[in-house]
Design a protein around this ligand. Structure first.
Ligand SMILES: [Zn+2]
Length: 233
């Protein structure tokens, strides 16, 4: 009875607040979350996790002690899939991050992407930006990844100490970001010998992710892998 009531109640709620696909705006059916099945199938996946020396890994070669890196889908001009990032960052859709994190992790897990990784670190926002937005969208992506992979999430051991403006509207050259020394690791000793997975929402020049990885520089035995939800193309 209680269950019937619940279903009735949610159907009633959805009648007035219908859940729609974030990409194509069609009504979601029972069992779909945030993204409809068709858009999920059509998502422009990179497939980079199956490719050795993939373009994302090449962005970090020689800069950090990289083990592996990939991005889930292409962030293309004019593509409706950009809405995922937009809603996640500016639309308050935190749960979308977790759902996307789960989708991504489920596909990567099958290919052994999470092998030997000890801890997941989402790239932090500056406290001022965190206050303004109310949440760190990347942390929500990381939560979904942690749920599926079973790897613990650590959202407090690295902090962002310098404020940098949103870089989205600048050209790729202007974006050669001033990110040196932006991040600091709180207890470096804890990370000794660990394989860290740094997660970010979208990869453009790689400067922010590299700066985040640089914060672990000098800690003996640290290895780094990188995972982003999208990569600019
Ligand atoms: Zn859709």
């Amino acid at each position: 009875m209680e269950n019937t009531l619940k279903i009735w109640f949610y159907s009633f709620v959805h009648l007035f607040f219908p859940r729609c696909c974030v990409v194509c705006d069609t009504l979601l059916v029972e069992g779909e979350e945030e993204l409809c099945t068709r858009c999920n199938i059509d998502m422009p996946r990179t497939g980079y996790h199956l490719l050795e020396n993939n373009p994302v890994e090449r962005m970090f070669f020689g800069k950090i002690p990289l083990v592996r890196a990939t991005s889930y889908f292409f962030y293309r001009k004019g593509s409706n899939f950009r809405k995922i990032l937009h809603e996640l960052k500016y639309g308050g859709k935190k749960h979308l991050g977790t759902v996307m994190g789960r989708f991504m992790a489920a596909e990567l897990a099958g290919a052994g992407f999470f092998e030997s990784i000890d801890v997941i670190i989402p790239v932090p926002l500056h406290p001022r930006k965190l206050r303004a937005r109310g949440y760190n969208q990347t942390e929500y992506i990381a939560r979904g990844v942690s749920e599926i992979s079973g790897i613990p999430l650590d959202a407090s051991s690295i902090i962002r100490i310098k404020f940098t403006e949103t870089q989205t509207h600048k050209s790729i050259f202007e974006r050669s970001e001033n990110v040196d020394g932006v991040f600091r690791v709180i207890s470096p000793e804890y990370f000794r010998g660990k394989h860290i997975l740094i997660i970010d929402d979208v990869l453009t020049t790689g400067a922010t992710t590299t700066a985040c990885a640089d914060a672990f520089h000098g800690i003996p035995g640290v290895r780094i892998s990188i995972l982003t939800l999208a990569v600019a193309e």
